[in-house]
Design a binder for this molecule. Sequence first.
Ligand SMILES: Cc1ncc(COP(=O)(O)O)c(C=O)c1O
Length: 414
Amino acid sequence: MTDDDSKKPQTRCMTHGYDPYLSEGAAFPPVFRSSTFLFKNAREGKRAFEIAYGLDERREGEIPALIYTRVNNPNVEMVEDRVTAWDGCEAAALFSSGMAAIASTCLAFLRPGDTLLFSNPVYGGSEALFRKMLPQFGIQTVEFPAECERDELERIARAQKNVRMIFMESPANPTILLTDLSAGRAVADALSMPDRPVLLAVDNTFMGPLFSRPKAFGADLVLYSATKFIGGHSDLVAGIAMGSAALVDQIKVIRTLLGAVADPQTAWLILRSLGTLEIRMRQQQQNARAIVEFLRVHPKIARVAYPGLEEMGVSQRARCERQCTGSGSLISFEIRGGEAEAFRVLDAVRAWKLAVSLGGIESLIEHPATMTHSDMTPEEQARAGITPAMIRLSVGLEDVEDLRADLERALAEI
Ligand SMILES: Cc1ncc(COP(=O)(O)O)c(C=O)c1O
């Protein structure tokens, strides 16, 4: 354990992995735009390639030389060293998008004949990858309800052949239902063989890394769209896969071959964002709680979904208490009516911005059925609990009174 390892996540996120005196004393790391890096000698170059291409394992404490920015880069590595602080994972791989992280993780571990189980619903891009693309490569994909209990998950899993990975999104986008991570671990263990472990991968974009830490509940891999809270300013697109060094090294081999790494400028923007991650997420959560209290009692709202709320039911509340240290700042709600009434609200708001994405400092509002999840058939949407009356909110950092008043005015238009 180094001195830095003993520091709190907030401190590690601001300092770890950077020696200012190697960069002219620059207090904040510069952007290393160089596409290629010099080796001190041929032996150092050979060793760097052995590790990067997975020909040999890294020795304890070994820091290989940098090679080429598609493989590794100082800004990218600084982000990777820092982001693991909250989740407690050993290693991370930074990607050019959340989808690049998710797709590369699938390609690293799934082979023709394997089965992937995934919680339903998931983000629309993951959904299309699982339902449409992976089956074209001979990978079977089978959904299970996000809200299901362990018995049901195990029954679904045991009915499949060659289960290799369980993918959970928690909370589910856009229904905000928490999946049971411990159940995912238990079922993965029950189906694992000594030479064929079943991996549990968790998309932690909505509540991580502050309020949900899937590794503590047995996740092998924790995945992020870093475009969201980690970036936090709606000015970059990036993704992260984290887990043990052994698993992340396998993912990095795929990343190198696909050329899916984040560029240095994006990595640098994330370094800027990491220092305010905790304070942003906590304040966004505080604002979200005030909005939830307003929506819950509004006569034009039929149902509000937010982690930990009484109306989410006993099982969801128990999961929230067990798995989460907060509730985050994503809310979905159903208004009384359908698409036409939902659209009237979306068109009437001013302080809320009508846009997909989430986790940035500005508050966003969207309509999952016709926007983020429009690729699903009406039957798939109905099965996943996505209705025409559903609206999703990502609460930002504006004054919460302005946000509340704007919603109140927009709801009055129905
Ligand atoms: C839960 C979740 N996972 C993954 C993604 C994909 O991330 P990206 O847009 O960075 O590729 C998103 C995007 O909205 C998301 O909401």
